[in-house]
Design a protein around this ligand. Sequence first.
Ligand SMILES: O=C(O)[C@@H](O)C(=O)CO
Ligand SMILES: [Mg+2]
Length: 258
Amino acid sequence: MPKFAANLTMMFTEVPFLDRFEAAARAGFKYVEYLWPYDYPAQELKAKLNLHGLKQVLFNSLPGNIAAGEWGVSAIPGREEESRRHIDLALEYALVLECPTVLIMGGVVPPGQSRAKYKQTFIDNLRYASEKFKPHGINIVLEALSPQVKENYLMKTQDDALEIIDLVNRDNVFLQLDYYHAQNVEGNLARLTDRVKNVLYHVQIASVPDRHEPDEGEINYPFIFNKLDEIGYQGYVGCEYNPRSDTAAGLGWFQTYK
Ligand SMILES: O=C(O)[C@@H](O)C(=O)CO
Ligand SMILES: [Mg+2]
């Protein structure tokens, strides 16, 4: 049975961020993930996790200048120093939070720029991250994002991410499969799951097309959860969706899994 993690960036937004840990625990979650921890001291976040008996399973490296359209700097040529600062900071947080996995954000490739150069920059920075994280047993994941959410992101399909994982060629760099993005771009989710199973390390879910609870829309999630069991997936499943209304009221789908 999948181990579900509440995504505290999207869920429980009825309460301030630091109160979402308690709300997730009350709703029956044992695991949490969220985009970025950096607005808070790591020790303060760890205290919240401990207080509510939660384990942090994922967070991201910094995104760069979101207002300027950035979504990660680790693939941007000329921003290597900044990328490595982001990676070092992510490691500091991962150690305090005892978080086993960090998503390294790649970047948007502006139209007209060389995708090959962005890819190579990302590979170089990922090798830096891999070496830094390796002695601590921390893993890296890469995620493909659909254009609906982030146009011109370096990785749009799972194959884009798989190619980079292959070229990085390090044993602590894996795939984060977000079924919401995968359905937007690729579909064929059961076969896709089989195809990526050897590098699959984190999963995220939401309905398509509306990115709500996984109990509506065009993806049959009970079937996908069985599929994950069938391939022996041992990782976490992040609930990265925008609740239709009240988060707790929308958790009917979760009752059979907690
Ligand atoms: O799917 C998403 O948007 C997130 O998982 C994320 O990490 C943003 O890059
Ligand atoms: Mg995602």
